[in-house]
Design a protein around this ligand. Structure first.
Ligand SMILES: [Zn+2]
Length: 270
């Protein structure tokens, strides 16, 4: 097998056996096809996390494979805006778990889910946990949001000017990254603001009396007029390149460490 071949779908079946024998890590991007304001296309979440995974795997020559992405995720709260293609939570878990368990069946032992759509998160985490349980501990499966990488958070702190929370939605963070990955797909003339500014018209978190964070996700159209949370007008390609490099190097490092972790031995204390 070519050392640099990291696209899972490009392997032949004998090459899959070689990849299992080499104990390659399998990286699986999970995204969503959904509205990202009037200035970005629907593929932002899929494209950004897949790009980060591919670039990281390229640096991990021979250590990792990247599966095709899960392109339809969980976002019923976005359906007041045209374009979003989602599935319900249970379907997302079942479908994604079907793929991770297929990888386990073929013999892979390290699976890393890299999520690019915020509302997928509780279900992506569930899939990672269920993969370990259903495989009876024969495989390790971990999950992260690419913007949760420490290097991305640090880079965002350095380069973002709007003060929007990361990753927001179609704001300065995602607009900058998308400009770095596919500038032809961005119409900056239509970029707007949803935080801070004259929007939002509602909020998607509740801060309790002691600054408590309480989960609360109402329909998006009750909060944001044009589907943007953040300040897309501040997005630039230069910022995106800094954020992208942080994500790629952070993921490559984390993936290398995860792959090096041996399968932990269970102890039955009955
Ligand atoms: Zn997004």
């Amino acid at each position: 097998m070519m050392l640099e071949k990291y696209i899972y779908a490009s392997l032949t079946w004998p090459e899959v056996n070689e990849a299992v024998a080499a104990d390659r890590l399998v990286i699986m991007p999970t995204g969503m096809t959904e509205q990202h304001g009037p200035h970005l296309p629907l593929d932002v979440d899929v494209r950004l996390c897949t790009e980060v995974c591919h670039r990281a795997a390229e640096r991990l020559a021979g250590e990792a494979l990247v599966t095709p992405p899960v392109s339809f995720g969980y976002a019923p709260h976005q359906m007041d805006f045209p374009g979003s293609l989602g599935v319900d939570a249970q379907a997302f878990v079942d479908y994604t778990l079907g793929v991770t368990m297929s990888l386990v069946h073929h013999g892979f032992r390290h699976i890393l889910l890299v999520n690019g759509h915020g509302s997928n998160w509780p279900f992506v985490e569930t899939v990672a946990r269920l993969t370990i349980v259903r495989s009876e501990g024969k495989a390790m499966c971990a999950a992260l949001n690419y913007w949760g990488l420490g290097r991305v958070r640090a880079a965002a702190q350095r380069v973002l000017e709007s003060g929007e929370p990361v990753p927001s939605h179609a704001g300065e963070f995602e607009t900058s990254l998308y400009l770095a990955v596919n500038p032809e797909g961005v119409n900056m003339a239509a970029a707007g603001r949803g935080w801070p500014g004259d929007e939002p018209i509602g909020t998607d978190y509740l801060a309790g009396p002691d600054g408590d964070m309480v989960a609360y996700v109402p329909f998006w159209s009750t909060m944001y007029k044009v589907g943007i949370k953040g300040d897309a007008t501040k997005g630039t390609r230069e910022k995106g390149e800094v954020l992208l490099e942080a994500a790629v190097s952070g993921l490559a490092e984390l993936a290398r460490r995860f792959r090096a972790m041996p399968l932990p031995a269970r102890v039955d204390h009955h």
